[in-house]
Design a protein around this ligand. Structure first.
Ligand code: ATP
Length: 489
């Protein structure tokens, strides 16, 4: 693959060609930054979702999950600050009329500089940008763009407007009798899942008899009217988040922040991914309520980018909901404070949030798995595209092929599938030569293929072929389930 941009394009094409991801409503030419997951993409996405859910809820006895509605009372978003503050600084190019998020425009410029060897300039520009964003100094940010002659990709000019704020929430109306401009009936499509957790904090704490520290996890859709939305599923207008809010006693948030920061990176590495492809990015610009915040970044084919955020949010969200709803959000802690010898008593818990995009994680898994291999020999040129997914995430775990469509071999193959399909996803295929069938399964990332041949009828053995090494060996039919189950545990 010549370069990373080609690699990114190759991944996008592969996703479409093999039924992972299609542009939304493609027959109408698609809808910008909205995508549909196909037959294998939805399996992969579900496996990532399940892996996160299990790690958070099943493996932590102090974390429970919920599933809140996408629509929430409009006051939620006033309390959370999204109505007033969920803005991004934007700049328009006067010639192309194209609008950019200022940080993305400057980051794009920095990436280009790195690509042509000007690493130092890229770093300088990014650190100046961080400092100016932290101060909301829009005039100097515009000057930074102009001084570096940053151009619009469409017009090729540096003819920029001033920088302005732009709200990213989508809104719609509730009910059938209201007019569209009736502010009281305006509801928003949630821009994050977190608020569904905060407004249910006491419901879950009381009914679940939860004791601080404890967490509430949720997976669900979120919507943002992203301006620069041209990086495939990296930045979408409709996407899915996997968030966990961990409620702690005030004063302990520093140690819990550190704990979750490390724990979340461990989760990524538990999938066998290369640690060198990960790094932390500690935030310089903190929201006014935030105590600490960082991103876990991954080296995508489009460069190091955020995949997950860890934020120490203090008691901001619960206090705001208490203020706007006029409902107490206190927790009574009856543990004894060694300093006073008395119970800690009433307080609003502090929160550590872990927030990861499911679609972004999908792209991470896909980018990591996508491999083009040259298998040429002196006799003939050959190559393959293989998706080296961790076996537990692979959409199909086991493919079973009868060597020929007769002589009772399809029946044996079908019996193997009947025996395994309640434990994991299997796939049956009898068309084409075996080599071609293997390559098709490589392209879908299936870790194990089984071929049933005439010898299978004699001694109940089959050939198992391993995706990554392409090694083949003879095994007993009754060992198949055990081998696959062990690999996906
Ligand atoms: P970015 O700076 O990339 O816009 P963010 O800091 O606004 O992201 P958060 O609000 O912290 O993101 O959301 C948590 C996670 O949700 C992100 O780490 C990312 O994985 C995911 N996410 C956010 N926006 C999008 C989007 N438009 N499309 C896909 N995933 C997203």
């Amino acid at each position: 693959m010549a370069n990373d941009s080609n690699r990114f394009q190759a991944i996008i094409s592969h996703c479409k060609e093999y039924g992972f991801i299609f542009p939304s409503s493609e027959i109408y030419d698609g809808l910008q930054a909205v995508y549909d997951y196909g037959q294998w993409g939805s399996e992969l996405k579900k496996n990532i979702r399940d892996y996160w859910w299990k790690s958070m809820t099943q493996l932590n006895d102090n974390i429970v999950g919920i599933d809140a509605a996408i629509f929430m009372h409009p006051t939620t978003w006033k309390a959370s600050g999204h109505v007033d503050n969920f803005n991004d600084p934007m700049i328009d190019n006067k010639d192309s009329k194209k609008r950019y998020r200022v940080d993305h425009l400057i980051e794009g410029f920095a990436d280009e500089q790195v690509a042509v060897g000007n690493k130092q300039l890229a770093e300088d520009v990014l650190s100046q940008m961080d400092a100016l964003l932290a101060k909301d100094d829009f005039a100097s940010l515009k000057k930074l763009i102009e001084d570096n002659k940053i151009k619009c990709a469409i017009s090729g000019t540096s003819n920029w407007t001033d920088i302005r704020q732009f709200n990213l929430m989508f809104s719609t109306e509730f009910g059938s009798t209201v007019s569209a401009d009736d502010e009281d009936n305006k509801v928003y499509l949630r821009p994050e899942t977190a608020q569904g957790i905060f407004v249910n904090f006491l419901n879950v704490q009381k009914t679940g008899r939860m004791k601080v520290p404890f967490g509430i996890a949720q997976i669900g859709k979120a919507f943002r009217n992203e301006i620069v939305a041209r990086q495939f599923i990296f930045r979408m207008r409709e996407f899915e988040q996997m968030e966990m809010q961990f409620f702690v006693r005030p004063g302990t948030e520093g140690e819990w922040y550190k704990y979750w920061k490390e724990e979340r990176l461990k989760w990524h590495l538990s999938l066998g991914f290369d640690p060198a492809k990960y790094r932390y990015h500690d935030h310089v610009k903190l929201a006014h309520y935030a105590k600490e915040a960082c991103d876990i970044e991954f080296e995508f084919p489009i460069g190091f980018k955020e995949v997950e955020g860890i934020h120490s949010r203090g008691d901001f969200d619960l206090s705001q909901h208490e203020k706007f709803s006029k409902k107490k959000q206190n927790y009574f802690d009856n543990d004894i404070d060694p300093a006073t010898g008395k119970a800690y008593g009433n307080y609003i818990p502090y929160v550590i949030e872990t927030s990861i995009g499911l679609d972004r994680m999908f792209l991470l898994v896909m980018s990591n798995a996508y491999t083009e291999e040259d298998l040429s020999t002196a006799e003939k040129p050959d190559s393959r595209v293989v998706l080296k997914f961790p076996a537990k995430l692979a959409p199909i775990k086991l493919a079973v092929f009868p060597l020929v469509k007769k002589d009772g071999l399809p029946e044996i193959a079908r019996n193997i599938i009947s025996d395994c399909k309640s434990s994991f996803r299997c796939f049956y295929e009898e068309k084409d030569a075996i080599g071609k069938r293997y390559r098709r399964m490589d392209a879908l990332g299936t870790p194990f293929c089984i071929t049933v041949d005439h010898q299978s009828k004699e001694d109940n053995t089959v050939t198992i072929r391993y995706r990554d090494s392409m090694q083949q060996e003879r095994i007993a039919i009754d060992k198949i389930k055990e081998i696959v189950t062990a690999a996906i545990a």
